[in-house]
Design a protein around this ligand. Structure first.
Ligand SMILES: *Cc1c(COP(=O)(O)O)cnc(C)c1O
Length: 388
């Protein structure tokens, strides 16, 4: 039998939904001669702060940089333990390591796939300084539970919002509930600038220091230096990093953000379609959002019921790829990776829910530019591979 889609028509996982506005803005940016950090970055920051209802927004080069710089300004250095989830992208943990703090894992709740508050509590020691929750797949974490622990033990909360640009918890934007909110605009994310990130914080001093640290530790933005007010020296106030966003990236971000709600509606329709079309398949579908939250519908992580399906997750990945449907795995749990296992002595078995999800999960395509026919192909390919 011929595959559901032809090779030429391979359905790329996480393909960005870019419009003519983005293309025109990039061309205008090129024609303006200002392609570094400049007015478009400033506009993207203020648009984003307004969209999320945040006091301060600093655009940076990635979510990894956003997490790292947040931890640096929060002084989570040597001796500090930072609790996070084992069901995340490696960069959440790497940022903690780059800040010279010690990562500590809790486990996830099997239904929400988010940090299980009880396991966070159990992981606290006298060295614990912060919690880094990840709003997994776009579903907000239990921020009331985490806030209660953070208040009780005087911990900072640094939210990894890479999946959750549109998410809210009890009406408030995620990323503004903790001390820092870190966003990703990587190519596959709900809002993309190709590569890019943003930090939200309500602390003015933190925002200002992150801005400085993201550009070499220089006291003035480079684009202000060459303004028509005459030459101004910059002064290095500390050895910073090179984590600034450029106007070429912000040119995409401004128009991506203008379309963020329209794209959310499209992804919600895809989510709803999969939920009903796959309900009798040998899979565990992602838990529907609860009443206190707005889900960002970034990923559709379903679990293969391997016994019932008579097939492993990896066999499913091979099968659906042969049908020319691109899928993802979010994620093998962090302790499955040799570096962390060897360095921290972590075993996947010690975080059983994250391990089980990581070994059974498949993310189906969930993007704003999928057509109804694309979604039907995904379901048909899934049916063929699972033998339904
Ligand atoms: C994508 C992602 C990141 C990293 O984002 P970058 O912008 O690529 O640095 C961090 N955390 C999670 C959960 C992610 O999905």
């Amino acid at each position: 039998m011929a595959p559901v889609r032809s090779k030429e028509n391979f359905l790329v996982f996480g393909a960005p939904a870019l419009g003519e506005e983005e293309i025109d803005e990039v061309l205008s940016t090129l024609r303006s001669g200002w392609i570094g950090t400049g007015p478009r970055v400033a506009r993207f920051e203020s648009d984003f702060a307004r969209y999320r209802g945040a006091e301060h927004a600093v655009a940076v080069s990635s979510c990894t940089a956003a997490l790292h710089l947040s931890m640096v300004v929060a002084q989570l250095g040597e001796g500090a333990e930072v609790i996070t989830t084992p069901l995340t992208f490696c960069s959440t943990v790497n940022a903690i390591i780059h800040a010279k703090a010690t990562p500590v894992l809790a486990d996830v709740d099997p239904a929400t796939m988010n940090l299980d508050v009880a396991t966070v509590r159990a992981a606290i020691t006298e060295k614990t300084r912060a919690i880094v929750p990840v709003h997994f797949a776009g579903r907000p974490c239990d921020m009331d539970g985490l806030r209660a622990i953070a208040d009780e033990y005087d911990l900072l909360i640094i939210e990894d919002c890479a999946h959750a640009v549109e998410a809210t918890w009890k009406g408030q934007s995620v990323g503004t509930l903790g001390d820092f909110g870190c966003f990703s605009f990587y190519a596959t994310k709900n809002v993309t600038t190709g590569e890019g990130g943003m930090v939200l914080t309500r602390h003015e001093a933190f925002a200002s220091r992150i801005k400085t640290l993201a550009l070499h530790g220089m006291s003035k933005d480079a684009w202000k230096r060459f303004s028509d007010e005459g030459y101004r020296h910059y002064y290095v106030t500390e050895p910073g990093f090179k984590n600034n966003m450029t106007d070429l990236q912000a040119a995409l971000g401004i128009h991506q953000l203008a379309r963020v709600e329209a794209n959310w509606m499209k992804r919600k329709a895809v989510w709803d379609y999969y939920q009903s079309a796959l309900k009798d398949f040998p899979v565990t579908l992602p838990t529907e959002p609860g009443p206190a939250m707005r889900h960002a519908f970034h990923l559709f992580p379903m679990l293969i019921d391997t016994q019932e399906a008579g097939l492993t997750r990896d066999a499913f990945l091979d099968g659906i790829t042969q049908e020319n449907i691109g899928v993802g795995v979010h994620y093998l749990s962090i302790p499955e990776h040799p570096y962390y296992r060897d360095t921290y002595g972590w075993n996947p078995e010690d975080y059983p829910h994250a391990m089980s999800i990581g070994r059974r999960t498949v993310s189906l395509p969930l993007a704003a530019n999928l057509t109804e026919a694309d979604c039907a192909d995904v379901v048909e390919a899934t049916r063929r591979v699972l033998g339904g």
